[in-house]
Design a protein around this ligand. Structure first.
Ligand SMILES: N[C@@H](CCC(=O)N[C@@H](CS)C(=O)NCC(=O)O)C(=O)O
Length: 215
């Protein structure tokens, strides 16, 4: 039996972020696949009262909220570290985690990626007005992430951190949306960062297709 179990839908950015943490640590885990329509099922609400995913099980310890999961994984498996020792680098990591949860999720992943790439796959109506209204805010996110990244290799410096994992799980989708691809093109450092992230074995191991095979 795997040491860690992650409950979630393959393709969900937050689920992928938790899996990226496990992959980067070389952990023994499996995904307990959830049907996309099951987030508000009684079974999932018993795990996650807000009806979301992922949920992590580690023995008798159950945890939800992705950044809490990633921080927990980093504590129980300290190597390789995913949190910088330097106070300013850690603050930058925390800032990018906050930006991802508050702005990238609400201004890019939900109104743009979901509307343009996910909803059509499930025959759901696309909210074009919501999509269009989000584009200026998405540009603010992408420009600011590019500015914060600067000429560093990763979001908080020269080493990968939790912030990179959470952000990459969201931004991995955006080259699939023409309007976002254009925004990324004017932030070549961020584009190069995304390519660097996509080249990591952890990203290759957690694509929707890979998870569908494993689940
Ligand atoms: N704050 C939560 C957000 C998780 C979240 O929004 N997950 C999405 C999938 S990426 C979800 O559960 N969606 C299902 C739904 O809203 O019904 C976290 O960090 O884990």
């Amino acid at each position: 039996m795997a040491e860690f179990i992650v409950h979630g839908v393959p393709g969900s950015p937050y689920v992928r972020a938790a899996l990226l943490g496990l992959e980067e640590k070389g952990a023994d885990y499996r995904i307990a696949r959830l049907d996309p329509s099951a987030s508000k099922s009684a079974e999932n609400l018993a795990r996650h009262p807000f009806g979301r995913m992922p949920v992590l099980d580690h023995g008798d310890f159950r945890l939800y909220e992705t950044q809490a999961i990633l921080r927990y994984l980093d504590r129980v498996m300290p190597a390789p570290p995913l949190t910088p020792a330097d106070a300013r680098a850690e603050a930058r990591m925390n800032q990018v985690i906050g930006i991802t949860d508050c702005y990238v999720m609400h201004d890019i992943s939900s109104p743009i990626v979901f509307q343009r790439l996910i909803a059509p796959q499930f025959g759901m109506p696309v909210d074009e007005a919501r999509f269009a209204a989000a584009l200026p805010k998405a540009r603010v996110c992408i420009d600011e992430l590019g500015r914060l990244l600067g000429d560093q290799r990763y979001m908080a410096g020269e080493a990968i951190t939790i912030a990179d994992l959470l952000l990459a799980a969201h931004l991995a989708f955006i080259p699939g949306v023409d309007e976002c691809r254009a925004m990324l093109a004017v932030q070549p450092n961020l584009q190069a960062w995304l390519e660097r992230m996509n080249a990591r074995p952890s990203m290759a191991a957690t694509t929707t297709e890979k998870l569908m095979q494993a689940a």
